[in-house]
Design a protein. Structure first.
Length: 480
């Protein structure tokens, strides 16, 4: 039996004798399993609830009576963001960004009803998910199980004896790391059970799941090496424990909390109120379609008259008010898109700053790859908003074209008692408007978005391996 295997077996035996360590390990494994099951159940419930609400909203929209098309534009429509299967592992920003939108003409609304706005403030500190347990709690358990791996041998004087018996420093280091690594594997096993549940669901993608599994395996191995490294570098177990707790507090808690604040200060985001005021100011500058003397819309009117070869809007074969609504929606939508693009550009710069902190804290890089592969990051939220806006614009323009083609200009401008009835169109038109269908990102896109974070975590791992090689090689000299 090799020296590495003997040392690993002896270290595991010592861990088994430590009742506190065994209980803590069992509790964390149980917590991870509970987190996987509860998160899966919660996400299934959320997905079913959103699907039911979406069905009810579609049914309510289709069930409208005969109406003027422009009234339907303002009646609006609700849509809900569906979640992919991997959201059960890492819900990402979904709790903060909202999950439903109200679509209406002349406005581009934001997503609403995020869990953070409706739940206890405790949700801001992290939901009980497999990702949270592996990111935050698993390193802490590895610290308490392995902080004395080599420092204990030095304190007791057995380190010199082991090395004197022909065991090299690298063999001793490897044996301790293998023992702690086996514990790390067992810690991550319940999360893999959760993956097994996810794998059988519609929409589950093998590529992103493999990236997540690889990223968390590298994360747990990284902490295994860090724990043994610190234990090999100090003289006392107490010093190793204090140093490791300080590293954990800074890398896992402090830096991920202050990085968003620094990113926000570096690239301030315009508030919703400021954006609304700016949009209203720009809308006034575009022109007033209700003002016959407005230069822009006067030119538009003349263009339409010339196109159809008539002298008056009353002589047009289509309803001029519908054409005016189509043009107005084009103008306002371009404006909304420009402000939305500016907002997302700022958020993208903030994300770049945040991801840069991954060079100082692998926790940030791990979160980035986890959310990106799960499709629950900022890019996933933007994907929903972009598709929602495209759907909103399509609905509004369909209704505007319906006004132009199915309602005469004479009826649309009439004021007599029966005019309101003549302006309405049949309710069968509402059924012809397609329902919202969210298109999730492809596996290739998700994997590509996660690769930068994965590269940083693996880079940290290689740095830890290099440090382990160097430190373990010096154990022989430092033991004298």
């Amino acid at each position: 039996m090799s020296a590495v295997r003997l040392i690993a077996r002896d270290e595991l035996r010592l861990m088994r004798r430590n009742r506190v360590a065994v209980i803590a390990f069992a509790l964390l494994v149980l917590l991870t399993l509970i987190a996987a099951m509860t998160s899966w159940t919660h996400q299934q419930g959320v997905a079913d609830l959103r699907a039911r609400f979406q069905s009810e909203a579609d049914r309510a929209f289709d069930a409208q009576p005969d109406r003027h098309p422009h009234r339907v534009v303002h009646y609006g429509h609700f849509i809900f963001r569906p979640l992919g299967p991997l959201a059960a592992f890492d819900p990402g920003v979904d709790a903060f960004t909202g999950n439903s939108m109200f679509l209406e003409g002349h406005r581009q609304n934001t997503a609403n009803f995020g869990d953070v706005r409706q739940s206890s403030q405790l949700i801001r500190f992290g939901q009980l998910t497999p990702a949270f347990v592996l990111q935050i709690l698993a390193p802490l358990l590895l610290i308490f199980l392995g902080y004395g791996a080599l420092a204990r041998e030095r304190e007791r004087g057995t380190l010199r004896q082991l090395l004197a018996q022909g065991v090299s420093g690298r063999q001793l280091f490897a044996g301790k790391a293998v023992a702690l690594g086996l514990v790390a594997i067992l810690i991550g096993l319940p999360a893999m059970i959760g993956f097994a549940l996810i794998a059988g669901q519609p929409g589950a993608l093998a590529g992103p799941m493999a990236v997540i599994a690889l990223g968390y395996a590298a994360w747990l191995l990284l902490w295994t090496l860090v724990v043994v490294l610190v234990s090999a570098s100090v003289a006392r177990s107490r010093d190793a424990l204090l140093a490791l707790l300080a590293i954990w507090a800074v890398a896992v808690i402090l830096l991920p909390r202050i990085a968003p604040d620094i990113a926000g200060q570096a690239h301030p985001l315009t508030t919703r109120l400021e954006t609304d005021i700016a949009i209203q100011r720009d809308l006034r500058q575009l022109g007033d379609s209700h003002n016959a003397d407005d230069p822009f819309f006067a030119a538009f009117k003349q263009k339409i008259l010339d196109q159809y070869g008539v002298a008056r809007v009353e002589d047009l074969p289509v309803n001029y008010k519908g054409l005016l609504a189509i043009e107005g929606e084009k103008l306002t939508s371009r404006l909304f898109d420009r402000y939305a693009a500016n907002s997302f550009a700022t958020q993208s710069r903030q994300s770049t700053v945040m991801n840069g902190f991954g060079l100082l804290s692998p926790t940030i890089a791990l979160r980035h790859l986890s959310m990106a592969a799960a499709g629950t990051d900022l890019a996933g939220h933007r994907r929903f908003l972009d598709q929602a806006e495209a759907y909103r614009f399509d609905i509004v323009q369909r209704l505007n074209r319906l006004q132009a083609e199915a309602v005469s200009y004479a009826d649309d401008t009439a004021k007599d008692p029966g005019a309101d009835r003549r302006k309405r169109v049949a309710d069968s038109h509402w059924d012809r408007i397609p329902d919202f269908a969210f298109r999730p990102a492809s596996a290739t896109a998700l994997v590509g978005a996660a690769l930068p974070g994965l590269a940083i975590v693996i880079g940290w791992l290689f740095a830890a391996i290099a440090a382990a090689w160097f430190v373990s090689g010096r154990l022989q000299r430092n033991s004298k």
